[in-house]
Design a protein around this ligand. Sequence first.
Ligand code: NDP
Length: 454
Amino acid sequence: MNYDYDLLVIGAGSGGLSASKRAAHYGAKVAIAEQDLVGGTCVIRGCVPKKLLVYASHFHDLYQDAVGYGWDAVISHCDWSKLITAKDREIERLNHLHMHWLKEAGVALFSERAVLCDAHTAQIGEHLVTAEKILLAVGGEAVRPDIVGMEHTLTSREMFDLPHLPKRLAVLGAGYIAVEFACIMQGLGSQVTLIVRGDHILRGFDEDLRAMLRDNMIARGINIRFISQLEAIVPKTDGFHLTLDNMEMNVESVIVDQVLCAIGRVPLLAGLGLEKAGVKIVNNAIKVDDYSRTSQPHIFAVGDCTDRVNLTPVAVAEGRAFADTEFGHSPTRISHELIATAVFSQPELATVGLTEAQAHTRYPGDILCYRSRFRPLYHTLTGRPDKVLIKLLVQRSTDRILGAHMCGEHAAEIIQALAISIKMGATKKDFDATMALHPTLAEEFVTMRTPVSG
Ligand code: NDP
């Protein structure tokens, strides 16, 4: 049978873009369909604009720190609309750049929603498009709570386009998005209340880092309400009245101007026609094998819609591996082990490998933990009490580094560089043999000699 394309990709986000360009590079005739702007969540309304807002939120501290270094005090505030306009300009530039790269690669772009009609055909706007292989890279969407007044909540998507900086902001959740936005908005001048259903933030991260970041966020003035359920949101003339139940039968009211809901994301699969194409969903995500193949052998899926590790670089790697396997004659599997990740909070938190608790569970009695908590040189003149925390988890019997964790300035940049050596199987001896680069924060990773436990 003759198809219009060798490959149809649905979704021009991180996974879809990487796969389509790589497949075209191997000579495949490729089309990509996107109902929104080319670039996807990461570029348009996720990692990239978020990081720009993170940078913007740092200036408040920098102006204060400067005084300790002899600069005159600066009294300033952030003009939210100027910031958003500048951010939009950059996102538009990136959107055009991605479209240019698609064109350069010879990938046909359909700027419309695609819906599968059968296992080889998609309805894209008014076109019926057939393809020998199909890649689903449709991403995810934010979950909203089932509570009274839910329609008044914002998700991270709308946060990037708010007309004004909210004076008072409530953030529901304690994961990546909730913690990052709480820090961003507090840094930009909002009064932030973080509503957490459990007794801690950032489940899954190393306990010491979670505790340090929590204490730091509280010290910076973020009002964290632990063990609190948001019961209702009622709009009144003076703002949204939130009813919080703190589980000890105490019901309290918090008044804010906006409510951000960041309680997780789910694959964006509704109305995609998966049943017509014979693609199975398990636990609300597209089920795939190690080669990203769905239950339909010529249909594949990558990125957040498969709910494996929902991070941009993982989607990119999965997309490229798919193209290498299917069009490059080079079967490639992605390892989902040892993926570095960061929370762009203030201060940053970054991590690669096992947490201390995971290391002890996986290798009982065989773990050495090295930890250093110190005041960075930078803050000796700023007067701020901020500390840095770093940790290494080492397997005693093999000397292999199993995990590296950091909470402090530049943590993400430092852990990214360390992740290479850890992926290569570095041992504590390798770290010890590395001469320190002095004076830096990262040098502590190669100077710790005495384990704190093990
Ligand atoms: P996460 O899955 O990270 O966190 C969800 C949070 O919401 C948890 O704290 C959870 O609490 C809480 N929660 C869940 N349901 C409820 C509820 N009904 N009421 C109150 N709280 C609730 O989701 P995010 O939305 O923060 O992020 C989505 C994904 O986006 C992440 O998985 C990540 O992969 C990606 N991301 C990555 C970033 C990065 O790399 N820097 C930045 C932003 C997003 P509990 O712990 O009790 O379950």
